[in-house]
Design a protein around this ligand. Structure first.
Ligand code: MCN
Length: 807
C-alpha cells in the first residue's frame, strides 16, 4: 500500500471518531489568532500602496453647491482627489440594492439612486462626498481638510414616524411621504373576526431603537490595480466576497471575471459587513483610475458615521385573547426606518424577514402585519446580528407579558397556554412560513427547569432584603436561519440566489482541501466545517484545510449571514462528501476486484460487504492520482467534486431564554443576575463553539437592551453617538456566567445534516427577556412600560414618575 500505513490509517480513523459532529473540538484557527498571525486587510503590506481618506458630509441634508478640490490636489504628496462628478464622468452608475420588494398592489419599492460619492445632494451625516489619495495617511488626511464643500443646508428628519408627516422634509423625488415600501402579510379579515370575538384585548407601542455593530476590526478595503491578466484585486473586510464582486463590477461596468475579491481574516462582521459599501466601489474605481494600489481603513468615528445601522422600528401591536388567555388574533403595524437610501438587504429585513416570524412559537390563528419602510436623514439600516428576528421576538414577548399582566397570569403560564403543541409539525403559520420541525413545549419546560423558574419568588424576597428589586423575564423565539429557497426569495424580490457551494479535493495523501462559499469571521468554520467532513469521510480535522473568502479560489459563494453557514454551506459540504464516496466506491471496487454494489463505506474505509477486505479512503485517493491500477476506461483520474446546495426551506431554529435581573431603585442601575438559554438548533456540530455563539449573541442582546443606542439630534440630524464614549458596549463585568443548553428535539427535516443555525440565537432572545425581567421587577412599583435601552437614567426616571403618580 502507498500512503498511510495500515496502523496510521487505523489511528487516523479513531482520531476522526473523536472529532466528528457533536464533539467539542477546540477551534483550530485560534493558535494563529492568539499568536498574532492573523492576516487582516489592514495588515497587508503592499509596496507602493497609496492611502485614501474620504471627505464626508457634515450635514444631514444639504445641496452640494460646489466642491473645490484645487487646494487638496496641490497639497504635498497627494496623488489624486476625486468627487462624484469624476465618477459620473466615467459613466459610473448608482449602487443597487440586492433585494427589491413590492407592495401588495405590485408597486415596486422606491429605490432612489445612491451614488458611491454623492452627487448634487447629501442625505446623511457621513455620506462620502470626495476621496483623497496620497502617499501617506497623514498627507491624505491633511489634504482632505482642504477640500472645500459649499453646502446649502436643507431641513432634515431622522425619526421614521416624523418622516411620514405630510410636512416632513422630503428626501427623494421618487418616494412621496418618504415611503420606501409598504409590505403587508396575513389575513386582515380573519384578524378582525378574532378581535370581534375576543374576551380581552391588549395593545402596546414599542420602539425597537437603532443600534450598530462594533466589530473589533473596523472596515477596510485595499485594491490592487489590474495585474498581467487585466484583473483587479479587491481585499475587503466583507462576509460576502462573491456578492461584492457582482455588485462592484455591475456598478463599474466591468466583467465579473476581471475582479478578484478576497476577504482574508475578518475580525467580526455581525451582519453589517455583509453588504456593499460605497468605499468598496470607490476604492476599486480609484485604483483603476490611478493605476496604483489604494488602501483605506475606517477610523472608529468614521465607522459610527458609515457602517450600516439596524433595528429602528416603531410598532403598534394588538393581541386578542379569549377568556382563558388563548391568543386569537394579532395585528401589528410597524414603521421601519430604512435610513437615507435602500441598502443591500435593507428593505428585506423589516419586510420579508421580520414579518414572517410574527407567529413565533405561538398558535395564533390569525395574524395581520403591515410594515412601512421610511427614508430619513440617517445612515441606511440593514442586517445586524438577528436582522428582523429580534424585532419580531420583541413584539411577541412584550405583548405576551402585557397579556399576562392583564389576565393575572404568570409570564410562564400565558406562554405555556399558547405554545404550538408538540406533534403538530409541520405547522403552517397563518403568516407564511411552515415550520418543519421542533418541540417548543419541550424546550420551554427545559428552560424553566434550568432557570429554576419556580424558585424565583425566594430570590425576589432575598433581593428585597438588600433593597433591590428582582425580576424574571422569558423570551421564546423561532429563528429563520438560512434564507431559502432561491426561487422563493426571488419571488419576494431578492436579486441573489441563496444556495451554497462546497468543493472537495482529496489530495493524494488522503488529506482534503475544502473550498466553501461561506465566510468565517469569528464563527469557527475552520473547525466545524472540518468536523462535518470528518464525520462523513473519516479524515482527522488536522488533515483538512478549509478555504473560504477568495473568489478566484472558491468556485462560487453566497457568503455568511443569516446563520446559514452550517445549515446551507455545511449541507453542501455533506453532499459533496457523498459524491467523493460515490466515486471512491467505484475506484475501491476496482482495487478490491469486487462489484460496485458490494462496496460499503464505513469509518473511512471501503470494504467488500460481509468481509474484512477493504481499502482506506487515503489509499483510494492515492490510486486516483497515480492511476496505474485504475479503471481509466470508465473513470477520470483524480478525486474531487463539488456540490451546490439550494435548501428547500428555512431551517427553523428555536429557543427559550430566561433571565433574572436586579434593579437598584436608588440609581436605576440594572444588573443581569442569571441567564439561561435552551436552544434547539437541530444537530449540534460542535457544542463548545455553538455555546460560544449563544454567549456572544446574549452579550450583544444585553448591549441592545441596556446600553447601546445610535442617536441623532432631531433638529440638526447630527450623529450624537460618534464614539465609544457615547455608545456604550457590554463588558465582561456586566455579565453573569450563562447557563446554556441545547435540546435537539427534532432535526431539520430537509437538510442532510439535520442542522439549524445558531449564530444569532442570543441576540434574538436577550433584549425581550431582559426588558421582560426589568418590567417584572418594577411592575409592583407601577412601572408598566419602558423602552430600550434601559439606561440608569431612564429606569430611575420611570420609577420616579410611577411613584409620584401613585402617591
Ligand atoms: N453551529 C453548530 N451547530 C449548529 C449550528 C451552528 O455547532 N447546528 C456552530 C458552528 O460551529 C458554526 C457556528 O455555530 O461555526 C455558527 O454557525 P451558523 O449558525 O451556521 O452561523 P454562520 O456561521 O452562518 O454565522 C453567521 C451568524 C451571524 S448571522 C452573525 S451576524 C454572527 C454570528 O453568526 N456574526 C458573528 N456569529 C458571530 N460570531 C463572531 N465571533 N463574529 C461575528 O461577526
Amino acid at each position: 500500500m502507498v500512503g498511510l500505513s495500515p496502523e496510521d490509517a487505523v489511528s487516523a480513523l479513531s482520531v476522526a471518531a473523536a472529532e466528528g459532529i457533536g464533539t467539542p473540538v477546540k477551534r483550530v484557527e485560534d493558535p494563529r489568532f492568539l499568536t498574532g498571525q492573523g492576516r487582516f486587510v489592514s495588515d497587508l503590506h503592499i509596496p507602493g500602496a497609496r492611502h485614501a481618506v474620504f471627505v464626508r458630509s457634515s450635514y444631514a441634508h444639504a445641496r452640494l453647491r460646489a466642491i473645490d478640490v484645487a487646494a487638496a490636489r496641490g497639497s504635498p504628496n497627494v496623488v489624486a482627489v476625486f468627487t462624484g462628478a469624476d465618477m459620473a464622468g466615467d459613466g459610473i452608475g448608482p449602487m443597487r440594492a440586492m433585494w427589491a420588494i413590492k407592495s401588495p398592489d405590485g408597486t415596486p419599492m422606491a429605490e432612489p439612486p445612491r451614488f458611491a460619492l454623492a452627487r448634487d445632494i447629501v442625505r446623511h451625516v457621513g455620506e462620502p462626498v470626495a476621496i483623497v489619495i496620497a502617499d501617506t495617511l497623514t498627507a491624505a488626511q491633511d489634504a482632505a481638510e482642504l477640500v472645500a464643500v459649499d453646502y446649502e443646508p436643507l431641513p432634515s428628519v431622522t425619526d421614521g414616524l416624523l418622516a411620514m408627516a405630510p410636512d416632513a422634509p422630503q428626501l427623494h423625488a421618487c418616494a412621496s411621504t418618504n415611503t420606501c415600501f409598504r409590505w403587508v402579510r396575513g389575513d386582515a379579515g380573519r384578524v378582525e373576526a378574532g378581535f370581534a370575538a375576543a374576551a380581552h384585548v391588549v395593545e402596546i407601542d414599542l420602539i425597537n431603537h437603532r443600534i450598530g455593530g462594533a466589530a473589533i476590526e473596523p472596515r477596510a478595503v485595499t485594491v490592487l490595480p489590474p495585474n498581467d491578466f487585466d484583473k483587479l484585486t479587491l481585499y475587503s473586510t466583507t462576509q460576502v466576497p462573491h456578492h461584492i464582486r457582482r455588485l462592484v463590477t455591475e456598478q463599474l461596468n466591468m466583467s465579473e471575471a476581471k475582479l478578484r475579491v478576497i476577504a482574508p481574516d475578518v475580525g467580526g462582521g455581525f451582519g453589517y459587513k455583509g453588504k456593499l459599501y460605497p468605499e468598496e466601489s470607490v476604492i476599486a474605481w480609484a485604483a483603476l483610475k490611478t493605476g496604483q494600489p489604494v488602501r483605506w481603513v475606517a477610523s472608529r468615528s468614521e465607522s459610527f458615521l458609515s457602517d450600516y445601522q439596524a433595528r429602528d422600528h416603531a410598532t403598534h401591536a394588538e393581541l386578542a385573547l379569549d377568556e382563558e388567555g388563548h391568543f386569537l388574533a394579532l395585528r401589528v403595524r410597524t414603521i421601519a426606518n430604512v435610513g437615507a437610501y435602500v441598502s443591500t438587504f435593507g428593505a428585506a429585513i423589516p419586510s420579508a424577514i421580520y414579518t414572517a416570524l410574527l407567529a413565533g412559537v405561538y398558535r395564533t390563528p390569525a395574524i395581520f402585519v403591515e410594515c412601512t419602510g421610511v427614508f430619513t436623514n440617517t445612515v441606511p439600516t440593514d442586517a445586524y446580528r438577528g436582522a428582523g428576528r429580534p424585532e419580531a421576538c420583541y413584539v411577541l414577548e412584550r405583548l405576551a407579558d402585557r397579556a399576562a399582566a392583564a389576565l393575572g397570569l404568570s409570564a410562564a403560564e400565558i406562554r405555556r397556554r399558547n405554545l404550538i403543541p408538540s406533534g403538530v409539525m409541520p405547522y403552517q403559520t397563518p403568516i407564511g412560513p411552515s415550520y418543519d420541525s421542533g418541540d417548543f413545549p419541550k424546550v420551554f419546560a427545559r428552560a424553566l427547569e434550568l432557570a429554576d423558574y419556580d424558585g424565583v419568588e425566594k430570590r425576589k424576597e432575598a433581593a428585597e432584603q438588600r433593597a433591590r428589586r428582582r425580576g424574571i423575564g422569558i423570551a421564546c423565539f423561532v429563528e429563520s436561519s438560512g434564507v431559502a429557497p432561491s426561487g422563493f426569495a426571488g419571488m419576494l424580490g431578492a436579486r441573489a440566489g441563496f444556495f451554497e457551494t462546497a468543493s472537495i479535493t482529496m489530495e493524494p495523501d488522503g488529506s482534503a482541501r475544502v473550498r466553501l462559499g461561506t465566510h468565517n469571521h469569528g464563527q469557527g468554520h475552520a473547525t466545524t466545517m472540518a468536523q462535518i467532513l470528518t464525520s462523513r469521510l473519516g479524515i482527522p480535522v488536522s488533515q483538512i484545510e478549509i478555504v473560504e473568502g477568495d473568489t478566484d479560489i472558491v468556485p462560487y459563494g453566497t457568503g455568511t449571514f443569516g446563520s446559514r453557514s452550517i445549515a446551507v454551506g455545511g449541507s453542501a459540504l455533506a453532499v459533496a462528501a457523498d459524491k467523493i464516496i460515490q466515486k471512491g466506491r467505484l475506484i475501491a471496487s476496482h482495487l478490491l476486484e469486487a462489484t460496485d454494489s458490494d462496496i460499503q463505506f464505513k469509518d473511512g474505509r471501503f470494504v467488500v460487504a460481509g468481509t474484512n477486505h477493504g481499502v482506506t479512503l487515503a489509499e483510494v485517493a492515492r490510486a486516483a492520482y497515480i492511476p496505474h491500477h485504475y479503471p481509466l476506461d470508465r473513470l477520470e483520474p483524480g478525486l474531487q467534486d463539488i456540490a451546490v446546495y439550494d435548501p428547500k426551506a428555512f431551517a427553523f431554529s428555536n429557543g427559550v431564554h430566561v433571565c433574572e435581573v436586579e434593579v437598584d431603585c436608588e440609581t436605576g442601575v440594572v444588573t443581569l443576575e442569571r441567564y439561561c438559554a435552551v436552544d434547539d438548533v437541530g444537530t449540534v456540530i460542535n457544542p463548545m463553539i455553538a455555546t460560544g455563539q449563544v454567549h456572544g449573541g446574549v452579550a450583544q442582546g444585553f448591549g441592545q437592551a441596556v446600553l447601546e443606542h445610535i442617536a441623532y439630534d432631531p433638529q440638526s440630524g447630527q450623529a450624537l453617538s460618534g464614539s465609544f464614549m457615547d455608545y456604550a458596549l457590554p463588558r465582561a463585568s456586566h455579565l453573569p456566567m450563562f447557563k446554556s443548553a441545547f435540546e435537539e428535539t427534532q432535526p431539520c427535516s430537509h437538510n442532510p445534516l439535520g442542522a439549524k443555525g445558531c449564530g444569532e440565537a442570543g441576540t434574538i432572545a436577550a433584549p425581550a427577556a431582559i426588558v421582560g425581567a426589568v418590567l417584572d421587577a418594577l411592575r409592583p412599583l407601577g412601572v408598566a412600560d419602558l423602552d430600550m435601552p434601559l439606561t440608569p437614567a431612564r429606569v430611575w426616571q420611570a420609577i420616579r414618575t410611577a411613584s409620584s403618580s401613585t402617591r
